[in-house]
Design a binder for this molecule. Structure first.
Ligand code: ADP
Length: 498
């Protein structure tokens, strides 16, 4: 039986990956297993009876001697020496040595330490694997922290356990604050439920997902994020959680909504434009029908001529409206193509103002609108495009007549140094604060004014013309108290008398 036991132990020591060393009180080697030979590169017979530190002097320098002395003092210990140059294997290997004291004497008496055993394990593979993993993790952390994208990771319990530096810089919070479900504190209340439902539903189904939500940035502003999450698995298919990335899509969303708005505005414009163009055409076609009818009838010549005169007058007005509309449309396309041409000439603004006001006086009369012109100087001369400035004044005045009928309109002109200042004031509904800039945009109309005909192009063209003269246009208005459009034109000459 003893023989069998010895043979079994012998076989175990031959096959075991761990090696065994037995030493006595004087640190002399009593026994070392075959595997020890492989690690040390020394024959076990030659080691028998040798002092361990004579056989391996380097053990003294590496501090291993302490473990032998502790063992002889009756203590168990583990030495995890950083590395060991294995002569046999001709390479650096990592070892882990477990020290146990051995005892002699009767178990009933106080046992005496007779020496010790060392079980040495080669942990090179484990150490390398750990180091590779540590290095991979450090590399991932570095890449993640320098990524322009915000990254997060969650464990198998769905709680987030990683946020990269980009994320933390965005939210201005610490990892501890974002940990678990802390990050959800920053989700916009209106998006919160949808966001949580999407996350939980997809997480439970282990499905990749995409969701958009608003997250509070460190400056307090909510930004739209596109968050994509995918499940993570080990190479052998074990689920380890989720990894996700977020990009700020606020600008992109804004562009899309601006484009949608632009398409809406354009569609609205097309329907208004077709209506506006059709109205004078319908009227013209009615007048022509009337001419046809009158010519076939037997009306007395004098009466017929009177009717013809009135038909011609109506048709002329409708044609005028039509050509104004077409001219506006052409101007807009000229502006877009950068071809709004100017023909500057030396001119006087005062007679131009008088002419425009006179031309519109009959229109003002039909709506009982008092129209006043006040010019503080006899002449305001400069080098400007006469017909373009006429277009500007006509536009501002027809707007005043359109949006403030029946209430006094005042046109004023002054000279401030070399700057001509023109003002058109009415006492109509005025313009709401949030519309004061927008009315100068293409196609823009204030909804309260939509009962009046118009394409929403007049003020846009006016601004292009004024700016083309390096001037400025602005509007002052208190809703309900009228509007005052002010134009400042540089380049006026000083009148000779001043
Ligand atoms: P349109 O008159 O064809 O609509 P405009 O570009 O001339 O286009 O004017 C843009 C918008 O500005 C108008 O639709 C109207 O809502 C507003 N507006 C212009 N002038 C006045 C004014 N004098 N009083 C009130 N609102 C005005």
């Amino acid at each position: 039986m003893n023989e069998l036991k010895r043979a079994g132990l012998q076989r175990f020591l031959e096959k075991s990956k761990e090696c065994l060393l037995i030493f006595d009180r004087e640190c002399r080697i009593v026994f070392c297993s075959a595997h020890f030979e492989r690690i040390s590169g020394k024959n076990s017979d030659s080691l028998q009876g040798k002092n361990i530190f004579d056989a391996f002097p380097s053990l003294r320098d590496t501090g291993e001697a302490n473990f032998f002395h502790q063992t002889l003092a009756g203590q168990e210990s583990v030495s995890r020496n950083p590395h060991f140059h294995a002569k046999g294997a001709d390479k650096n290997i990592f070892l882990e040595a477990h020290y146990f004291p051995t005892y002699s004497g009767q178990p009933t008496h106080r046992p005496q330490v007779s020496g010790g055993i060392v079980i040495v394990r080669d942990v090179t593979q484990e150490r390398l694997a750990t180091e590779i993993q540590r290095e991979t993790e450090a590399r991932f952390q570095k890449m993640a922290d320098h990524s322009p994208v915000m990254l997060w990771m969650a464990g198998t319990n769905s709680l987030c356990n990683f946020f990269n530096q980009t994320w933390l810089e965005f939210t201005g919070r610490t990892l501890a604050e974002e940990w678990g479900v802390g990050w959800a504190d920053g989700v916009h209340p209106e998006d919160f439920q949808r966001c949580m439902d999407t996350y939980v539903e997809n997480f439970n189904a282990r499905r990749a997902f995409e969701m958009e939500y608003r997250l509070r940035r460190k400056d307090g502003q909510f930004r739209w994020l596109l968050d994509r999450g995918v499940p993570r698995y080990t190479p052998d298919g074990i689920f380890t959680g989720y990894i996700g990335s977020c990009v700020d899509i606020t600008e992109r969303k804004q562009i899309v909504s601006n484009l949608e708005e632009a398409v809406k505005v354009r569609e609205e414009f097309l329907s208004i434009a077709s209506h506006e163009l059709k109205t004078p055409l319908t009227s013209l076609s009615l007048q022509l029908g009337m001419v046809n009818h009158l010519l076939k009838g037997d009306m007395e010549l004098g009466a017929l001529l009177d009717r013809m005169k009135s038909i011609t007058e109506i048709s002329r007005r409708q044609l005028g409206k039509l050509s104004e509309l077409i001219e506006d449309l052409l101007d807009v396309s000229r502006v877009s193509a950068g071809r709004l041409a100017f023909a500057p000439e030396e001119m006087d603004l005062v007679p131009l103002l008088e002419e425009v006001v006179e031309r519109l006086r009959s229109q003002a009369k039909t709506s009982d609108t008092p129209l006043k012109l006040r010019v503080s100087v006899p002449s305001i001369r400069g080098i400007w495009d006469r017909s373009r400035l006429e277009q500007v004044l006509t536009n501002l005045l027809t707007n005043a007549l359109k949006y403030a009928p029946g209430k006094p309109i005042a046109v004023e002109a002054e000279l401030h140094g070399t700057q001509a200042v023109l003002e058109v004031k009415d006492q109509g509904q005025g313009i709401p604060d949030d519309q004061k800039e927008k009315i100068f945009e293409k196609f823009h109309r204030v909804s309260a004014a939509k009962s009046q005909s118009g394409l929403g192009l007049g003020l846009y063209i006016v601004r292009q013309i004024v700016e083309g003269h390096e001037g400025k246009i602005s509007v002052e208005s208190e809703p309900g108290n009228g509007a005052k459009f002010r134009i400042e034109l540089p380049g006026a000459f000083r009148p000779i008398y001043s």
